[in-house]
Write a protein that binds this ligand. Structure first.
Ligand SMILES: Cc1cc2nc3c(=O)[nH]c(=O)nc-3n(C[C@H](O)[C@H](O)[C@H](O)COP(=O)(O)O)c2cc1C
Length: 417
């Protein structure tokens, strides 16, 4: 039987170990995790979600505090249209986050950034343009466009000197989304360099409907896209993602025409993951029926998470003056609407319980929304349970190499120290 190491992903002039660690906002796919993937010859992602807050944490900048200072007089106003991002600061935050990561890069792999279109930031076009351009300016090897159809995203950077040399790809969940993207971008004469095909078992937001996500299956979608690309004579590697838990799972996708796999869940509990240790423990402890797909994300996309996430039901006041990453172009967000409705009903803003939507910015920033892949309940089988009941720490290198070399659906446990 083959293993993942028998294959290579060719992108541009380079060959990679065909393992991509997926972007995980907010800073769960940390620079440390991405750097390990690159060192080991694969591709790691950092995420540009809430980059100013990530820069504040990593480099002690004060972007979030400054934004709050500027807009604090609006805090009790539910119309957030005046709460705008300072585009200069947004660029600086991205330059910090990406630039410092790229400076530290070692090895033959690459580091990409995951950019979500649904982070509309009260100015969707301008803020996305700034984020994409700054990432390219700071030397990122590639960009994965995610959480949205991105029909206009290539055009936002077509005049950038690196537009044709950086590796640019798109995440899709259907052939239709890919066809739409290609049609809308035909005039630019620039195909995506890779296409991540994300199925319904992934973590984070899902590119399927709330009612029908369970009807889809990654292998079928991949086969359909591979066949179509072949028929159209388009030589774009596809990268299968969602629920690929062992090296053998990954190998099966490679044998069916994938150029690589994108994996994330197994890395959430690694030492290099951005999740705090006490949250990693929740992921280890999760049972299958603790994992739910629900509609609490204000983006309107279904999202998978642990059902005991403290964010669910928490009726905190929106803090768009500090964050505001999900504000639409009119300065609103589905959580603000839910909060206003419940506050009016209760006649008070204190102690509200809101279950239909969550304040995603604050909750992700505080690590209180535990988004996860469908196989999270299997993480406990990937390490040793120690005598005190805790789980032995995994390193990204261990998990990466397990994907790379394992056969027969085996999962190598870390050696006991
Ligand atoms: C904790 C977590 C957070 C994620 N956040 C994002 C994100 O911010 N943007 C994105 O495009 N995908 C996100 N994903 C999806 C992953 O990048 C990846 O495609 C998918 O989870 C792979 O499936 P697996 O987790 O079963 O290996 C996230 C996944 C997890 C587990």
């Amino acid at each position: 039987m083959k293993c993942l190491d028998d294959f290579r992903l060719k992108l541009g002039q380079r060959d990679y170990v065909p393992i991509m660690i997926g972007g995980m906002g907010v800073d769960i796919s940390s620079a440390a995790l991405a750097l390990e993937a690159a060192r080991l010859g694969g591709i790691g992602h950092i995420s540009d979600a809430m980059a100013p807050t990530v820069s504040d944490r990593r480099f002690k900048t004060k972007f979030t505090r400054d934004k709050f200072q500027t807009f604090k007089s609006n805090f009790f106003n539910m119309d957030k249209s005046s709460v705008q991002f300072d585009l200069g600061q947004l660029a600086e935050a991205t330059l910090n986050h990406v630039g410092k990561t790229m400076e530290a890069k070692k090895g033959d792999g690459a580091i990409f950034i995951n950019c979500m279109e649904k982070l509309t930031m009260n100015g969707s076009r301008e803020t996305l343009r700034v984020r994409l351009k700054a990432a390219l300016d700071a030397g990122i090897d590639g960009i994965s466009l995610s959480a949205g159809l991105h029909l206009g995203s290539f055009a936002l950077i077509e005049d950038h000197p690196r537009f044709r040399d950086a590796q640019l790809g798109i995440i899709v969940s259907s052939l239709r989304a890919l066809q739409l993207f290609l049609r809308k971008n035909a005039r630019l004469n620039r195909l995506p360099d890779f296409v991540v095909v994300e199925g319904p078992l992934a973590g984070g937001h899902l590119g399927f409907g709330m009612d029908d996500w369970a009807k889809y299956d990654l292998a079928t979608i991949c086969n359909e896209i591979v066949a179509w690309l072949k028929a159209e004579e388009l030589n774009i590697p596809i990268i299968a993602a969602g629920g690929i838990f062992t090296g053998s799972d990954a190998t099966r996708f490679m044998e069916n025409g994938s150029g690589a796999v994108q994996v994330a869940t197994r890395f959430t509990v690694c030492e290099e993951s951005g999740l705090p240790a006490k949250v990693r423990l929740k992921y280890f402890e999760a049972m299958e029926d603790d994992i739910v797909v629900n509609g609490v994300s204000p983006t309107g996309y279904p999202m998978r998470m642990l059902k005991n996430s403290p964010a669910i039901g928490d009726g905190i006041r929106p803090n768009c003056e500090s964050y505001g990453y999900l504000l639409d172009d009119k300065g609103s967000c589905a959580y603000i609407q839910a909060f206003t409705r419940e506050a009016e009903k209760a006649g008070s803003e204190k102690g509200l319980k809101i279950f239909d939507k969550t304040c995603l910015c604050t909750q992700m920033h505080d690590f209180n929304l535990w988004t996860c892949g469908s196989s999270t309940y299997r993480l406990k089988d990937t390490t040793n349970r120690l005598a005190d009941g805790s789980y032995q720490m995994l390193t990204a290198e261990h998990v990466f190499k397990d994907y790379q070399f394992s056969k027969n659906d085996e999962i190598a446990l870390p050696s006991l120290v």
